[in-house]
Design a binder for this molecule. Structure first.
Ligand code: 6R9
Length: 657
């Protein structure tokens, strides 16, 4: 049951600005209009063509889709290949070894230029080192690294030996890391002493030490990259330096050929319950769709483009559009370790100018932050190289879209607003630059080969102009193959709401042209700066503090981050809060959440209340709390078990604690 039905945003449907691609852009674009017809004619044949065209198979497949055990899909099941070979070696074999794969820009301004030939040697060394550390095909490796070249190298080294990686975002806490290590039964953790964030070294290794001290795990070794030079604690026998085992390893390694359905990685994402879900992806289908979308949605020309996706590798965007998609396509790309405002607020635009970035892929929250800083900052840099702009992570509001186009895109670069999820593995709904006349704020249409629909409560497609739930109506190559170790949860979460349809958890509307507008989550998942956070998970973290009796968390709209975490807590009378001020209580609890989950989960605001609004079945009515958090007139409270609760909350907030 969801308590908020998609709605509102009527103003979006009256958006009538259109930006048709220029004839020059259309003429040179990778994707032409006939791509839709090709895919519509025979979806499976279309994907088979893409898989053959974009990947090198060591054993060609003869089967395309096997949906006989739905919703568990198999794509290209009798084919065999290696992901790292496809991302690196074959480019070198084809004489493109001198092409730059990665322009690495450290936060402090240090740089490294890594060609495909360099990358091949480095990945081979790392693969040999992993094997020497006892990692075999099928074993899981947890990766807890900053965005430095070693992160990309480690992911590819895992892929090279067929060991699924589980990247844990470096901003996550020891607790979060521990639960992910346990769930995946990781054999190895790869980390660094630290990374540079906001002008200072920020430690990572202590969180790994703390995680592994929490209890028995399957981890045998911790492989540590030296990045910041910080002091680190050392466990002899368990911990090894990258420089000792990778730098000294042989740079020759034979990639391990795996089945198309061999797991490539696990990536944890927030669900509606406290326990994060280990979304797992396999090899052939995932790589096919990442490469296809990267080539067509961004119009990549590998010989001339300089591509930059600002996502961290801890998120799915970093997997599909920093590592696999671009490297499979032989792209030259920028990776940047740090924050956009270090050492100054023009840092990103300085990087665009320095490398002549032609394709930029980022998130609405970053665009809104830059809007807030003012357009005179990007105006100081030459951004004329940019020719395609992408957006991902949350709905982009039309003002931000227009600003992005005008200030960053010089009023001409097409914007691709790409809707997809950790679960979908790759982009699903997006304009095609050169084909689609874009509309500020709408992701518009399913890509060729993808089938999406907006349905009502009874799974019926809604007419144009109406709203409902976004579903995917046909299997796609990069779809998740399940939740690690929990097939039932996979079926329940995605396939039980509407029979035979994949329920994405997003509300959506179709406008008069049938174009899709995403309206945000309809479940208890928040979207803060493009990161998915579960209300339940943060509530559990709050309740784990001795002062807190009960907690309810909502996502309140926020000008910069899209949504912000607002928590309502009931304190325990006997727990020793004493006469601490409301400010002290708030600070203590905010820090507690940061420690339990990670700084991105820190509530913007914590309000101490006497009661929480609940239905008779005991479900907290977060909708009403969201009204309070967003300073609105509180909506219909008639289903509350005790209707005076909202008055109490309102009164409590009016009187300073
Ligand atoms: C890739 C990624 C998935 C959720 C998704 C939706 C939101 C992503 C969006 C968008 C509107 C877009 N979302 N892209 N909403 N327009 N272009 O972000 O994956 O972290 O799993 O989040 O993000 O709510 O369901 P993930």
């Amino acid at each position: 049951m969801t308590e908020s039905t998609p709605g509102g945003l009527e103003n979006l449907l009256s958006e009538d600005r259109r930006f048709a691609p220029s004839p020059e852009f259309s003429a040179q674009a990778n994707a032409q209009h006939d791509l839709y017809a090709w895919a519509d004619a025979n979806r499976e044949a279309f994907w088979a063509d893409q898989a053959r065209e974009l990947l090198t198979w060591s054993t060609p497949f003869t089967q395309v889709l096997d949906w006989s055990d739905a919703p568990f899909a198999k794509w290209f099941a009798d084919g065999r290949l290696n992901a790292a070979y496809n991302a690196v070696d074959r480019h070198v074999e084809a004489g493109r070894g001198d092409r730059v794969a990665l322009h690495f820009e450290g936060e402090a301004g240090d740089t490294r230029t890594i060609t495909y030939a360099d990358l091949q040697r480095e990945v081979a060394r790392a693969a040999n080192a992993l094997v020497a550390l006892g990692v075999g095909t099928g074993d899981r490796v947890a990766i807890y690294l900053p965005l430095i070249p070693e992160a990309v190298v480690t992911m590819l080294a895992c892929a090279r030996i067929g060991a699924p990686h589980s990247v844990v975002f470096g901003g996550f806490s020891a607790e979060a890391l521990y639960s992910r290590i346990l769930d995946a039964e990781a054999k190895l953790v790869v980390t660094a002493d630290g990374g540079f964030r906001r002008g200072a070294p920020s430690a990572l290794k202590p969180a790994v030490d703390e995680a592994l001290a929490k209890g028995e795990t399957t981890v045998q070794h911790v492989l540590v990259v030296r990045r910041t030079g910080q002091d680190v604690a050392w466990t002899d026998g368990r911990d090894v330096w990258w420089s000792d085992v990778v730098d000294t390893a042989s740079d020759e390694h034979e990639p391990v050929e795996v089945d198309a359905e061999h797991p490539l990685f696990i990536l944890y994402t927030s669900g509606t319950t406290g326990k994060p879900k280990g979304i797992f992806h396999t090899t052939g289908g995932y790589l096919t769709q990442s490469a296809y979308t990267h080539l067509n949605v961004f119009d990549l020309k590998p010989e001339t483009d300089v591509y930059w996706c600002t996502a961290d590798i801890g998120w799915i965007t970093g997997h599909s559009y920093v590592v696999y998609g671009p490297l499979i396509n032989g792209a030259t790309q920028v990776i940047y370790e740090g924050t956009p405002d270090t050492p100054h607020k023009g840092r990103w635009w300085e990087i665009v100018q320095k490398y002549g970035v032609t394709i930029l892929y980022t998130a609405p929250t970053a665009i809104r932050t830059c809007m807030k800083w003012g357009e005179d900052i990007p105006a100081q840099f030459d951004l004329s190289s940019l020719r395609v702009l992408g957006s991902v992570g949350e709905p982009i509001n039309p003002e931000a879209w227009m600003w992005y186009r005008r200030v960053i895109g010089g009023d001409s670069a097409p914007i691709v607003d790409t809707w997809w999820q950790t679960e979908t593995g790759a982009i699903m709904i997006s304009p095609l630059p050169g084909v689609t006349a874009t509309k500020p704020g709408s992701a518009q249409v399913a890509l060729p080969g993808i089938a999406a629909e907006v349905v009502d409560d009874d799974a019926q497609a809604v007419p144009d102009g109406a709203g409902g739930y976004l579903v995917l109506t046909a299997p796609w190559p990069a779809m998740l193959r399940g939740i690690w170790g929990d097939p039932e949860r996979y079926k329940d979460t995605y396939w039980s709401r509407f029979r035979g349809l994949y329920f994405a958890g997003d509300g959506a509307k179709k406008d008069g042209d049938g174009d899709i507008w995403l309206l945000g989550r309809v479940d208890d998942v928040m979207n803060v700066s493009g990161h998915r956070l579960s209300t339940t998970e943060i509530e559990s973290a709050l309740v784990s503090h001795p002062w807190v009796a009960e907690a309810a968390v909502v996502g309140a709209s926020d000008e910069t981050t899209g949504q912000a975490v607002v928590a309502f807590v009931i304190l325990r009378g006997d727990a020793g809060v004493g006469d601490r001020s409301a400010d002290d209580v708030q600070t203590e609890l905010r820090n507690h959440v940061a420690k339990e989950i990670g700084p991105i989960a820190k509530p913007r605001q914590i309000l101490v209340v006497a009661e929480l609004p609940k239905t008779r079945s005991g479900k907290i009515m977060r909708r009403l709390l969201r009204d309070v958090a967003e300073h609105r007139q509180v909506g219909d409270a008639t289903t509350l078990a005790d209707s005076s609760v909202m008055d109490l909350i309102a009164q409590g907030l009016a009187t300073p604690a």
